[in-house]
Design a protein around this ligand. Structure first.
Ligand SMILES: NC(=O)c1ccc[n+]([C@@H]2O[C@H](COP(=O)([O-])OP(=O)(O)OC[C@H]3O[C@@H](n4cnc5c(N)ncnc54)[C@H](O)[C@@H]3O)[C@@H](O)[C@H]2O)c1
Ligand SMILES: [Zn+2]
Length: 358
């Protein structure tokens, strides 16, 4: 498999056959001890490949946390800090997050706060964590039911992306990550969006994933680099997320919880409609994009929500201003704008169109 190194400006992202670069990183840095954070699935599916390729991994301290967003909590952090303390990790210890976005957010947060900060690296194992959580320096945990309520900006020392891990990722999880890649296309690269829509998700090999992951990492990095703390331009990455997050958190209170990317796909559909109404996004483009998203996420047609609790969740968000909801919308394919003030009436009217007609 090909190998590529992207310099984000703050740390390198290695993509492809990462093992030689990972082996040199581990041997050159002289860490006092190594901690490997996994969940039961990454332990089963990803750990063996790592242990085969990197000598001595068996002697690392393994920290296991149960998988799932519901474990992205302070209790899980306590387990991690407990292990670090019991194993006498000092400030020269290394935390390796071999995981999807849940544990890379949590592991990064634990590492950043243990003894005021130890080094951590991410080896993302889901498509979502490869293309999205790998760039941007956000770490954190959920608290009292609010997503990413406690957290901070801090960067890993390096990220190592091995697309081969995608072979064991469940199809539903793969599609969830794909939604974030589509978002990158929607907001910043029309040609990339078309290319993604033409792909057959079932038949993308790890080798084919390689350039696509690299492109998404580059697109996100270009945006984050200009506005690391999200005071302006970086907000365009929230396209699909204002409504999407409200749908996601609403779905957790139902018997049909959505994955993050599924909620974002639904959010993008509704925010495409708002973009057409408020930002003059081309009508034909909007209709075509909606059809393609619906074809990719047919299961969303069977999913519905009640407008009132979703509105309530959206209005509680920190991004609101003067009673309006501030959104990132599209003014053209591949071109997003941020801080568009949308009234609750406009949002409600759009939400009532769900489920969208095909
Ligand atoms: N920090 C950021 O910038 C950022 C960006 C986007 C999302 N996130 C966070 O990421 C989280 C979602 O991440 P996610 O979608 O990766 O979910 P996840 O970490 O829960 O992983 C999804 C599921 O796939 C399993 N899994 C992981 N890799 C596997 C593999 N190779 N083979 C088989 N199974 C595997 C996991 O055990 C889990 O059950 C959310 O908490 C979100 O807030 C953070
Ligand atoms: Zn997202």
């Amino acid at each position: 498999m090909a190998y590529l190194k992207i310099d984000t400006g703050r740390y390198p992202v290695h993509i492809g056959n990462i093992y030689p670069a990972l082996a040199s990183f581990l041997s050159e840095k002289h860490f006092s001890s190594m901690f490997l954070l996994v969940d039961e699935n990454t332990l089963e599916h990803c750990y063996p490949s790592l242990a085969d390729a990197i000598p001595g991994v068996e002697s690392y301290h393994l920290i296991k946390i149960l998988s799932g967003e519901k474990h992205k909590t302070l209790e899980s952090c306590q387990q991690v800090w407990e292990q670090l303390t019991l194993q006498q990790a000092d400030r020269k210890a290394l935390m390796i997050n071999l995981s999807g976005g849940v544990l890379s957010d949590l592991g990064g947060f634990c590492a950043a706060s243990y003894k005021r900060g130890i080094t951590f690296i991410n080896i993302p194992t889901t498509l979502l964590s490869m293309v999205d959580a790998s760039v941007g320096g956000k770490v954190g945990i959920d608290f009292l039911g609010y997503k990413n309520q406690i957290g901070l900006f801090t960067n890993p020392e390096a990220v190592f992306i091995f697309p081969e891990f995608l072979k064991t990722l469940p199809a539903r999880q793969l599609k969830s990550g794909f939604a974030e890649m589509l978002k990158h296309g929607f907001i910043a690269d029309k040609q990339y969006l078309n290319e993604l829509f033409e792909r057959d998700l079932q038949n993308i090999s790890p080798t084919d994933w390689h350039p696509l992951i690299a492109h998404s990492v580059n697109l996100k990095n270009k945006i984050v680099k200009q506005d690391p703390k999200e005071s302006g331009l970086r907000k365009i990455l929230n396209f699909g997320h204002t409504i999407g997050h409200a749908l996601e958190s609403y779905s957790f209170s139902t018997s049909m919880p959505l994955l993050h990317g599924e909620a974002i796909a639904a959010g993008m559909m509704l925010e495409l409609l708002l973009s057409k109404d408020l930002c003059r996004l081309d009508e034909n483009f909007t209709a075509d994009a909606l059809l393609k998203l619906q074809a990719l996420f047919p299961e969303l047609r069977l999913w519905s929500f009640t407008v009132e609790p979703v509105m309530k969740r959206m209005l509680m968000e920190k991004k609101n201003f003067n009673g309006n909801v501030m959104m990132a919308l599209l003014e053209a394919p591949g071109k997003a704008v941020f801080d568009v003030a949308v009234t609750s009436e406009q949002i409600e009217k759009t939400l009532l169109k769900w489920p969208l007609k095909s």
